[in-house]
Design a protein around this ligand. Structure first.
Ligand code: GDP
Ligand code: GDP
Length: 439
């Protein structure tokens, strides 16, 4: 599971500046797809080969008792509870404020690992920019400039080292057994996740693995359907209670993101009896960023009139157009309809995501694409694409080699993606195109 870093601090200390810096490289992967809305508080980052999740805890008002500030404080509490490391940011230009002390007191009570970070330190001496903050009793502060990037890399490396060291080790987690395709069923509260899980695995003899961990234990449920093995990954705190699964805690973005990144195939569950919401679109955005294979399931299809059904389909096309690479099924988790077809699409999406694409076949497909439509010149340079090979699976990464490839436009990259998708029938998985210019 990816480590989670939460950014905490009073307004204007530079949390969102740091958040943007940490998540920017991931953003570039999915460019700006029409209709894709991002949750600006939750993102993925990567330092070298090490991925992590980062949460920007919007506003922090530990004293608020009700209203919007109280709601935000609740979310901050949840984020802090779910984080491996809390990065507590203070403002080196402004110096200490009483609010910083209040936050310190709160963080101390949570018992989380906290790294005190003085931001806006560019051009300032370590001793002068940090002097104020020793009073907080958190030892030597880290200093960074979120705006310029100074110290940010070192900070994250230390945070990740800490997160890694504090994880229960692999032996404690029990032996890893391979139980087929790993599926995460995700969606906002009340769309029918527990109901679907019970329909899928309820009749089976289920062995639930509760893994040790502090606040973020995870559960994997192996099950069998039509002779095939699958494993369900915990989504948002669904637990077995007696004979059935039910959601035992409120919706957790962090758990949703983690189960997405642990899965091979994600089933995005939507509620046909509700409009597609911002939260649905945010979850869809995470799935896209993660590169996991995807099947969309519109649940509660039972009891909908045909007018309403048409409206749902229009809403889907309008709001989640960027998921058109995935199959959509209209199901009733409660009545058990549409489930077999849904699982067929899960299998197909997994097969596409893990397909082996040989260099000769990829290169032939590349040549075909170029013959149909050449990349445009950029200024006086025309990109020259020579051959393609597979650079990864789940999602398939297609690496194209050639010269002057920085001149290849985004629309042309999308055109190539579509061409490879059609040629190799890669339904249900994102396809990533990487360009490598040689000398
Ligand atoms: P947040 O409210 O904690 O999310 O803070 P923001 O990221 O919105 O930053 C508040 C202000 O501080 C903005 O005007 C930023 O441009 C500025 N800021 C953020 N990081 C730095 C930094 O490293 N140095 C300087 N000088 N200003 C910064
Ligand atoms: P979760 O919060 O996503 O786990 O949602 P639940 O599985 O707890 O379902 C929320 C509510 O929707 C419950 O009252 C379910 O009975 C109901 N529900 C789930 N699936 C269906 C369905 O296919 N059709 C209808 N009509 N109701 C459903």
């Amino acid at each position: 599971m990816k480590p989670v870093i939460a950014l905490v601090g009073r307004p204007n200390v530079g949390k969102s500046t740091l958040f943007n810096r940490l998540t920017r490289s991931r953003d570039a992967l999915v460019a700006d797809l029409p209709g894709l809305t991002r949750d600006r508080h939750y993102g993925e980052g990567r330092i070298g080969e090490r991925p992590f999740l980062v949460i920007d805890t919007g506003g922090f008002e530990p004293v608020a008792k009700e209203g919007i500030m109280f709601e935000m404080a609740l979310q901050t509490r949840q984020a802090v509870a779910e984080a491996d490391v809390v990065v507590f940011i203070v403002d080196g230009r402004q110096g200490m404020t009483p609010h910083d002390k209040t936050i310190t007191d709160y963080l101390r009570k949570t018992g989380r690992k906290v790294m005190l970070v003085v931001n806006k330190s560019e051009g300032m001496k370590y001793t002068s920019v940090t002097a104020d903050f020793y009073e907080l009793g958190m030892g030597d502060p880290y200093v960074i400039s979120a705006a310029h990037g100074d110290g940010v890399n070192d900070l994250v490396v230390e945070a990740l080292d800490f997160a890694f060291a504090s994880r229960p080790d692999a032996e404690q987690m029990g032996e890893h057994v391979d139980h087929g395709v790993k599926i995460a069923i995700v969606g906002r509260p009340n769309v029918g996740k527990s109901t679907l899980i019970n329909t899928l695995v309820g009749e089976q003899r289920v062995i639930a693995f509760d893994m040790p961990g502090t606040t973020r234990d995870s559960i994997e449920v192996p099950f069998e359907r039509e002779g095939k093995q699958y494993t369900l990954i915990d989504t948002a705190g669904i637990r077995r209670r007696g004979k059935v699964f039910e959601a035992i805690e409120k919706f957790s973005v962090v758990k949703t993101m983690q189960s997405i990144s642990d899965a091979n195939v994600v089933v995005l569950l939507l509620d046909a009896q509700q409009d597609i919401s911002e939260q649905d679109a945010h979850i869809a955005g995470f799935i896209l960023e993660s590169g996991r294979a995807l099947v969309v399931a519109v649940n509660k299809w039972d009891g909908l009139q045909s007018d309403d059904r048409d409206e749902v389909k229009i809403d889907l096309d309008r709001k989640l157009d960027f998921l058109s690479f995935a199959k959509t099924h209209f199901i009733s988790a409660l009545k058990g309809t549409g489930i077999s077809q849904l699982m067929k699409s899960v299998d197909a999406a997994y097969a596409a995501a893990t397909a082996n694409l040989s260099t000769p076949r990829l290169t032939r497909a590349l040549q075909e694409a170029i013959e149909k439509q050449e990349p445009k010149r950029k200024g006086s340079t025309r990109p020259k694409m020579r051959y393609a090979h597979q650079g990864g699976q789940n999602p398939p990464i297609i690496v194209i080699h050639g010269n002057a490839l920085e001149a290849v436009s985004e629309p042309y990259k999308r055109y190539l993606e579509r061409h490879f998708r059609d040629t190799f029938n890669l339904v249900g998985t994102p396809v990533r195109i990487e360009l490598k210019s040689g000398k």
